[in-house]
Design a binder for this molecule. Structure first.
Ligand SMILES: Nc1ncnc2c1ncn2[C@@H]1O[C@H](COP(=O)(O)OP(=O)(O)OP(=O)(O)O)[C@@H](O)[C@H]1O
Ligand SMILES: CCCC(=O)O
Length: 359
């Protein structure tokens, strides 16, 4: 039976939107928003409405009526920690996404989906948001009870890639021990133990390798001293962690492809930063053998930077002694969301209620 699924995935500079018929993509587009366009908005709601309008225009262009839709699927944002799965977008979820102190474009996705779904008189859901939390108890203990480790990572893409790999080797995701590495604007390295991500770096503003635009783990004492020095506002300090950290801080660009191209031909600054990134990613991968008790079936590398063969070869050289390394370039978040929407429509899963999730 045919199911029309609208998928919405807002990022910092774009809104990805697609219409699927079941698992088959009918239309897809990355609606790019220039910095000037986005800087016009003073209030969060203004930007949200602007992006919603863009999605509605996309549907009109493709002659998809809201009444044609069977479900709207959105990328989840930085709500409270929840277990993996599909969640109905409801007032509780929308409330938390509006109030969250951690800013991220994915926080708008559920509201855009909810408004469009209401007009089409269908359900809106999110799946495997960035706050999926399956950490083991031991991984939560950070070193200070005031600052426990939290799970913020590319859960949707990591799980989709892990499941694709499992399918490819005719196994179930729940029987594998995998290290999944997402190399995107942010970098996350997760230990997937029998279907659960029991440890992962906090990929937004917490820990792990630096990335094209994030600083990853920093010497925290020095960061505190800088924060209280009077030289920086809170916003400036946060932007050093997310947005203007990592490669952007060292080289003034978040374009890892451009940096890799220069590193490959031996340009010194780019090579030094790339080598440090490779070193940090490889160290993080090695550290994830501990939660997997040294039994690793495979290491899977994904995300936009995984298109860079020079980079993935260098990482592979450093970790190939642990397990086979497989590369899944790019991300399949749109397809993963459509797949989850299709499972709901086929009654293979029932969306959970966010408010009833205990943590
Ligand atoms: N062919 C390529 N070779 C090397 N790097 C690439 C290539 N294509 C894209 N990248 C790099 O991948 C990075 C972006 O990755 P991706 O698209 O996964 O990030 P994002 O979706 O913006 O953020 P995130 O993945 O954290 O949600 C950029 O730094 C970009 O330069
Ligand atoms: C923090 C994980 C999500 C992202 O980088 O976009």
């Amino acid at each position: 039976m045919s199911h029309k699924i609208l998928v919405i995935n807002p990022g910092s500079t774009s809104t990805k939107v697609a219409v699927y018929d079941g698992e088959n993509e009918l239309y897809t587009q990355t609606l790019r928003h220039s910095t000037e366009e986005l800087n016009k908005f003073q209030e969060e709601d203004e930007q949200l409405n602007f992006r919603k309008q863009k999605v509605i225009e996309f549907l009109k262009e493709k002659s998809v009526a809201l009444s044609d839709l069977d479900i709207v699927m959105a990328r989840g944002g930085l709500s409270k920690p929840i277990e993996s799965g599909v969640y109905l977008v409801d007032e509780d979820l929308l409330h938390d996404l509006k109030e969250t102190p951690r800013k991220h474009a994915s926080n708008w996705a559920a509201k855009i989906a909810f408004d469009i779904a209401q007009e089409g008189n269908v359900q809106a859901c999110i799946a495997d948001p960035v706050v999926v939390d399956e950490l083991s108890d031991v991984a939560r203990i950070s070193g200070h009870p005031k600052f426990p480790k939290v799970s913020v990572f590319h859960a949707l893409n990591q799980k989709a890639v892990a499941r694709s790999y499992a399918k490819k080797i005719n196994k179930s995701y729940d029987e594998l021990r995998l290290i999944v590495v997402h190399l995107g604007g942010g970098i996350s390295v997760g230990a997937h133990l029998l279907g659960k991500v029991v440890d992962v770096n906090q990929a937004l503003d917490g820990s792990g390798p630096f990335s094209p635009e994030r600083s990853g783990s920093l010497p925290v004492g020095d960061v505190i001293r800088a924060a209280f020095s009077g030289a920086y506002t809170q916003e400036e300090m946060i932007s050093m962690l997310v947005g203007k950290g990592g490669m952007t801080a060292y080289l003034g660009t978040n374009d890892a492809k451009e940096i890799e191209d220069k590193a490959k031909v031996g340009e010194e600054e780019e090579l030094a930063v790339m080598e440090a990134l490779i070193y940090q990613v490889a160290k993080e991968i090695c550290s994830m053998t501990v939660p997997l008790e040294n039994k690793v079936d495979a290491i899977l590398i994904t995300g936009g930077m995984a298109y860079g063969k020079w980079l993935t070869d260098k990482i592979t050289e450093k970790v190939a002694h642990i397990a086979d390394v497989e590369i899944f370039p790019g991300e399949d978040e749109m397809w993963a969301l459509a797949l989850n929407g299709n499972r709901v429509l086929n009654n293979e899963t029932t969306p959970k209620r966010y408010g009833s999730t205990e943590f």
